[in-house]
Design a binder for this molecule. Structure first.
Ligand SMILES: Cc1ncc(COP(=O)(O)O)c(C=O)c1O
Length: 389
């Protein structure tokens, strides 16, 4: 099992023609045509298979694109009270909320915002079942299929002693009392085969209960919009489940909606040396791409050269480990030069923070067909200060 996740980013696509000097840095630039392309693929899966496809806001919640998302998908999946509200307010359609733990203070509002509430354990379900029934919200239980397909244990909800989902071996009539649907989320940037293997492992264990259910939700982690994804296989798989058991099927892709649809543009601030060539940039791993450290992974650099001049890129923060990685350019870098990391629309924009008072990246929308560029949002000192007291 590798410690470093491999990046699944494809190529720069239309961003190759984008002049990086058109935006202030740091800046997320999202190509709405690329998002639309992904959404078209996902809505086609929904149409052909009959599945409900929801957009996972935790991965990509650039709500200025909500009108486009709404045209293609059936709603959103939320991780708690704020995402449920964002889904309801901005996106419309169905809202399916899952959290590993709900609390009394939030439950009424969450129920008022959700069509499905998915519990992590039967204890949580029993605690809030009466309220869910009264609010006419369908109740789900997340199961742990106890079948690992994960590349990295940190991203494997079926890893030993995982807190995510009720182990399928613990299912019983009592545990399922009041449950309308089962939810499972076990994949991460994966193809169709791992889903099929997971289903093969879990189906015999849940088959006795499926007739009492209204739906099955297969969560996210499906890299459906990647070129090599077996979409026909997925369509046949969903149709077969719907026909065999007469129930609805839900998918909650997040990353697949924004895959290869955005870049993060930065600027070289300084070029010191210490045992090797270094480059300080206004992009911080810890503030702007925390998954680089957390996953960890090495983001793909646009136009990286195979050989030439290699620099260790790091952010402006005080953290010694605020290092993005070693990257090679064909010419020596210059102070003030722009560069961009690929595939940054998902799980970066949603995770930014202002540690060290590092400014948040601007958010821009680009249309790769018309070349129209819109600065959607710029952040300032107040955004930093408002989180403090
Ligand atoms: C419950 C649930 N649904 C959906 C998703 C979206 O997954 P992805 O962005 O990998 O498609 C996640 C991601 O962690 C999740 O935990």
């Amino acid at each position: 099992m590798s410690e470093m996740m491999t990046t699944q980013a494809g190529d720069a696509g239309a961003f190759r023609n984008f002049d990086l000097n058109r935006v202030p840095t740091p800046c997320f630039v999202v190509d709405e045509k690329a998002v639309e392309r992904n959404l078209t693929i996902l809505s086609d899966i929904g149409t052909q298979s009959g599945a409900h496809v929801l957009s996972a806001l935790k991965a990509f919640s650039m709500f200025s694109l909500a009108p486009v998302v709404r045209q293609h998908l059936g709603g959103t999946c939320a991780s708690g009270i704020y995402e449920a509200r964002l889904g309801r307010e901005e996106y419309g359609g169905e809202v399916a909320t899952f959290s590993a733990g709900y609390k009394d203070a939030d439950i009424d509002e969450i129920l008022s915002l959700s069509d499905h509430i998915i519990f992590n354990s039967s204890t949580q379900k029993d605690r809030f079942l009466a309220k869910a029934l009264a609010a006419n919200v369908q109740v789900g239980l997340r199961i742990n299929p106890e079948h690992s397909e994960g590349e990295v244990p940190k991203y494997d909800p079926c890893a030993p002693c995982s807190r995510l989902g009720t182990p399928v071996s613990q299912l019983s009539a009592g545990v399922l009392n009041g449950v309308d649907g089962l939810h499972m989320h076990t994949l991460c940037e994966q193809g169709f085969d791992p889903l099929q293997r997971t289903w093969a492992a879990v189906e015999p264990k849940i088959a006795p209960y499926i007739s009492q259910l209204k739906w099955l939700n297969f969560g996210g982690g499906h890299h459906i919009t990647r070129d090599d994804y077996d979409r026909e296989g997925l369509i046949a798989f969903i149709k077969n489940i719907r026909e065999t058991y007469g129930i609805d099927v839900y998918l909650e892709p997040g990353e697949a909606i924004a895959l290869d649809a955005g870049i993060l543009v930065g600027e070289i601030l300084d070029l010191p040396t210490n045992g090797m060539d270094l480059a300080i940039t206004d992009i911080s791993a810890t503030c702007h791409m925390p998954d680089v450290i957390e996953a960890p992974y090495r983001p793909a650099l646009m136009d990286e050269a195979e050989a030439g001049h290699t620099y260790r890129l790091g952010g402006p923060s005080c953290l010694a480990g605020d290092v993005i990685g070693d990257y090679t350019w064909n010419k020596p870098l210059q102070i003030g030069q722009r560069f961009a990391f690929l595939d940054q629309a998902h799980y970066s924009m949603v995770k930014t923070n202002t540690f060290n008072g590092v400014p948040l990246p601007t958010i821009a929308l680009w249309n790769s067909e018309t070349d129209e560029l819109t600065i959607i949002k710029q952040f300032g000192y107040d955004d930093f200060k408002d989180r403090l007291s």
